[in-house]
Every structure is written in C-alpha cells, then in structure tokens.
Design a protein around this ligand. Sequence first.
Ligand code: IDP
Ligand code: CA
Length: 456
Amino acid sequence: MASSRLPILIALAFSSLPFVLSHSNRVMWFQDFFPPNVCPINAKANTFYGIMFDAGSTGTRIHIYTFVQKSPENLPELEGEIFESVKPGLSAYADQPEKGAETVKKLLDMAIDAVPPHLWKKTPVVLKATAGLRLLSEEKAQALLSEVKEVFEESPFLVPEDSVGIMDGSHEGILAWITVNFLTGQLSGQNQQTVGTLDLGGASTQITFLPRFEETLKETPGDFLTSFEMFNSTYKLYTHSYLGFGLKAARLATLGALNMEVVDGQMFHSSCLPRQLEAEWHFGGVKYRYGGNKEGETGFKPCYLEVLKVVKGKLHQPDEIRGSSFYAFSYYYDRAADTNLIDYEQGGVLEVRDFERKAKEVCDNMERYNSASPFLCMDLTYITALLKEGFGFRDNTVLQVNQRKELQNPLLPLLFFKPFTCHEADTHKGRVDAIHKAFLIHKNVKGKYQEKKKQK
Ligand SMILES: O=c1[nH]cnc2c1ncn2[C@@H]1O[C@H](COP(=O)(O)OP(=O)(O)O)[C@@H](O)[C@H]1O
Ligand SMILES: [Ca+2]
C-alpha cells in the first residue's frame, strides 16, 4: 500500500469485517465489534492489535495487524502486519472439524507470540470463511465454525459475538472493488473513472463494476446490484459471486465430478488432461481419481467444448462490460504468471485473447507442459471460456493482471474510512452511529431504483 495513504486509517480498522446484517435491508459493517479502548484518553502513544482470518477454499490465512495511535486527537495508523497461511483450507476438514480448527489454532499461536500479553484481552480475533464453506452442507460448515469458535474462546483474545462466520459473496466483490479503486486513486477527487474487478478464487468467482449506463441498471437482476455510501458518495455497484465457478470447483465440474457422490475407485476423464495421466486429487474433503482420455481426443478444441458446458448460459452477461477494462487477480494472476503472460513481480496488462492463445499453446503440447501442473490446460481453457462465454467479454477486452498483496487483505477497505474522530467516537454507540453514517450497504437496490423511477 502506498505509504502516503497509510495515515488515512480509522480507529476501527482492526475490528474485522463482520458484515452484520441488520434487521432492515441494511448491512452494517462493524456493529458489536468494538474493543472498548480504541480511543484512549491521555495516551501519548498507544499500540494495539487486531487479528483477522481469511478462510478461503484453498487455504486459511492470518493477518495480525499492529496499529499505533500517537495522540488522542489522531486516528491510529497501521504500523505493520504479520501474515501467514496454511493449506488446505478449512473445507478440506469437512469430516474432521476438530482437525480443521487445529490449523486455525496453529496460526493463532503466532498471534500469542506477536501480541504483548497485556493486550491479549483487548485484541479482537475474527474469522470470515468464503466459498469453500459455502459449498459444504450447513451442518458441516457449522460444525467447523463452532470448533473454530471454541479455539478462539480458549485463546486469551477478545472474541466478539459474531467473530466466526461465512462472508456474503457480494461483500467479497465489493471489498475487492473498493480496494482496487481506492489504491488507484479513483475514489477521491473529481473525474472518478473506476475500474471493475474480477476475482477468481478456488470455489467461487466475483465480478464487480460500477455501471455507467441506466440501461445496465434496468437489465440487471436486482440481487446483482448493491449500493453503498462512502466518503459522502453513493455507489451502486453491479456485483455477483458465482458459487462453484472458482477455478478448482470448475475443474470438478469439467470432470463431471462436482456435487457427485463419488463411488470408490471411480475415475473421471477429460480431454483437457494429458492422455496418459492417472492421478488423485483432494478437494473439499473428498478424494477424486482423474485422468486423460487414453483413446479419445485431447487438446484445446475438445477441451474448450468440455469447459463450455460448465459456463455457457450460466452467467449473467451485462452488455456494458464488453468494452471496458477490468482489474483481474487471484487465479487470473497465478495462471498468467505461471505461463509467463505477465511478470511475477510486476503483473502486467493482457487481453482476453492472450489467455486463449496460451491455452491453445499448452493444450496442444500437453506433454511439454505436463511437469508444471496436469491441470494447466484445463485451467487456462476455463479462464478463456469464463471470460468470453461466461461474462461475455470481447477478445480484445483489456485485463490488468496485477498481484498486489493488499488485494488479498480483506480488511483493507476498512482502513480507508475516516468516518469520525476519536472525540466523536467516545462511546460505543457513537462509534456504531458514525460508521453507519459513513458506510452503508443497501440490498435490493433495483427495487429502490424502480420505485424512484415510478415516482418521477
Ligand atoms: O493472502 C493471499 N496472498 C496471495 N494470494 C492469495 C491470498 N489469499 C488468496 N489468494 C489467492 O486466491 C486464490 C485462492 O482463492 P481462495 O482460496 O481464497 O478461494 P475462495 O475465494 O473461492 O474461497 C489463489 O489464486 C490465491 O493465490
Ligand atoms: Ca478468496
């Protein structure tokens, strides 16, 4: 993050991303998550901490934040972050929730070392799970979450009431959009030209952009639109999370194995895999056997047809995006960097057709690329089909594929708000109200939008 922006931090930055749903159609971000002494009085310099877990489908990550508040008048500044991750993600322990929670405990032990003992009780700890847990049955997901909650409660840290839960898919999209557009300076000043975001996770994928045309708002299903207020502006965003369309879930779908009761020894085949391949793969706590088409076809053409079945007609295609450029990350970045389409460090700018070109190159020469990952052909072909046939992007749509670590920081948007000063936020209620005013998310924007039109 550009260090000049660091001072724009808010006192509650560390207080997690709870996304508490309120009784109305509003989503509140912080309610009930305020550690008592955020705004110390008469303190010259005060350091405090916050612990956030991002429980993704492919891995669990811990962010331990340190904030320093130099004087009661100033807002705290982010001083540092300790980051660690483990694989696989929690959903791999669907049938062993205690073991899953063990992985969280190991990461949490790092926080015991990082946070001074006298601050343990004031340091909130939060875990937000994404698509891996959304794909599990309610019962299995809850079992995992309650084991995690127990681990938190046995720890010396502050455990807010809603500290462990599954994050709403649309919030994932909004967070990414805010992060990218804030970091690129689009949310401040005049002439805002925001950029849309594409996040390709393991189990779900998100698309988010700010529609420029009324037509888009009219044609979009209501639950794809979310509005929020920030820095005194209202943004009506198009955002949607497609569950089961993450890269790894798409592999299973292509193999015909997604949501299947896998029979022992059952083998799944695909023309997207090296002909002679026979292997095993674990995902979401299930073991899959898979391999190439020993006799049938292999290569880009048959693979594209296979993958097409997974995406064609399954996604909403907003016309407006065809000509715009998007910011793409997660597996878009990983696969582009793996195949030298972009630089690992710098990221780069691509067109959709570059993914297709690379997919052809890899799929039609699978023996050569086999050593990297047997799924490379399938992954690149899926990305191509998802972008073109799924979302409806043109071949020449420009994608900025940049890996910025901050993008993976689920707390970052909270660091941008400056909704109140410490003086205004002396009371718990004062803080909640201030945050409320500063940042609201409304659901069902379409309903509202139509109502407004009728009134006109
Ligand atoms: O902290 C991070 N740093 C870098 N990349 C990350 C981080 N967290 C997730 N990713 C990227 O996200 C993708 C995996 O998605 P994830 O496991 O979060 O699935 P989900 O979003 O579908 O639950 C990979 O491309 C991985 O590189
Ligand atoms: Ca993710």
